[in-house]
Write a new protein. Structure first.
Length: 284
C-alpha cells in the first residue's frame, strides 16, 4: 500500500476476523478454505480426508481465475494455500513446511508438496537460511534425497511476526500467561486444561482463548480470561509474564523469537509438525 498498490485480502473464519480488525482499510474477499475435521487419530483422519483436501485446492484454484479477472490482480501471495497460483500473474507461496513430517509415505508427500510449490514463481520460507534456524528439517532437510529434490524457487526471508521487539517489562504482573490456538476439538481441550491449572496457580494469571471474532472478558479469582487482545495489549502481557505457555505452532514460535521471549511449547496431539517443533525446541 505504501508504494501505491491496492491490497485485497482473501480469507475466511477466524483469520478473516483477525485481519479485518488489523487492516480495516483493505478490501476483503471471503475465500473458503478446506474444512478439515480433527480427531485423536489425526494421521488416519487426514488420510481419509485427502480427496476433500484435493477438491478444495482445485476449487480455490478455479475461484482465483475469476478473482484475477474481476479485480485485475497482478500478484498473489498465498499463505500456505496450495491452489492460489496462476501462470498469467506472479504468484508466491509462503510456507515453512517443505518436508512434511509423517509416520508413513513421507517421500510421496514431499513429491506432491514440491509439485504444488513448483507451480508458483517463488516460495518464501519465513526462516533463516543458515544452519541455526527455527524450522529444522521442515525447510532445511539433512537427508540427501530431500536436498537433491528440494524446490529450486525457495527464498529464505527470515522469521516474520506481527510484533516488533519492545522494551522488556521489569515488573512481572502475571505468574503465567497461556495462549490458546488451533482447531477444535483440541483448542477447547487445551483451554480447559490451562484454565484448570491456572486456577490452582498462585498469583495472577492470564488466559487468551484465541477467539478474535469476540471480545469477552471473564474474571475467575486471580485468573483473567480474554477471548482476544489488541496487539499492544498482547505484547504488554507477554513481557509481563514470568512464564508463557502456548502451542508449538510456527507463527507462535516466530512471534516469541522476534520478541526475544521463551515459552513452554505444547504440541497439538497428532499434529506432526507441532510435535516435531516442540521436540526440536526442547532439545535446543
Amino acid at each position: 500500500m505504501d508504494i501505491g498498490n491496492e491490497v485485497i485480502i482473501a480469507a475466511d473464519g477466524g483469520p478473516l476476523a483477525l485481519l479485518q480488525k488489523k487492516f480495516p482499510e483493505c478490501k476483503f474477499i471471503v475465500l473458503k478454505g478446506t474444512q478439515i475435521s480433527y480427531s485423536k487419530w489425526m494421521v488416519l483422519s487426514m488420510i481419509f480426508q485427502i480427496p476433500k483436501i484435493l477438491f478444495s485446492i482445485f476449487k480455490e484454484h478455479q475461484t482465483l481465475k475469476k478473482i484475477i479477472e474481476e479485480e485485475q490482480i497482478e500478484m498473489v501471495i498465498s499463505d500456505n494455500r496450495y491452489g492460489l497460483w496462476n501462470k498469467k500473474i506472479t504468484s508466491i507461496f509462503i510456507t515453512h513446511q517443505i518436508n512434511i513430517q509423517a509416520p508413513a509415505f513421507e517421500k510421496l508427500l514431499f513429491k506432491i508438496n514440491c509439485w504444488f510449490i513448483s507451480n508458483y514463481d517463488e516460495c518464501w520460507v519465513p526462516d533463516y537460511a543458515e544452519e541455526k534456524n527455527l524450522s529444522g528439517d521442515l525447510s532445511h532437510p539433512k537427508n540427501i534425497y530431500y536436498k537433491k529434490n528440494f524446490p529450486k524457487n525457495i527464498k529464505y526471508i527470515g522469521p516474520k511476526s506481527r510484533f516488533s521487539k519492545g522494551v522488556s517489562s521489569t515488573q512481572k504482573i502475571y505468574t503465567c500467561v497461556g495462549i490458546v490456538s488451533g482447531p477444535e476439538p483440541q483448542r477447547t481441550v487445551f483451554f480447559e486444561k490451562l484454565k484448570s491449572d491456572f486456577q490452582k496457580t498462585k498469583g495472577k494469571t492470564l488466559l487468551i482463548s484465541g477467539k478474535p471474532e469476540t471480545e469477552k472478558k471473564v474474571q475467575v479469582g486471580e485468573l483473567t480470561i480474554v477471548d482476544h487482545l489488541p496487539d499492544d495489549e498482547f505484547l504488554s502481557a507477554l513481557y509481563a509474564a514470568e512464564k508463557i505457555i502456548c502451542r508449538s505452532g510456527y507463527s507462535s514460535i516466530m512471534d516469541l523469537h522476534v520478541l526475544g521471549l521463551s515459552a513452554e511449547f505444547i504440541a497439538t496431539p497428532g499434529q506432526t509438525e507441532q510435535e516435531y517443533l516442540a521436540a526440536k525446541l526442547r532439545i535446543g
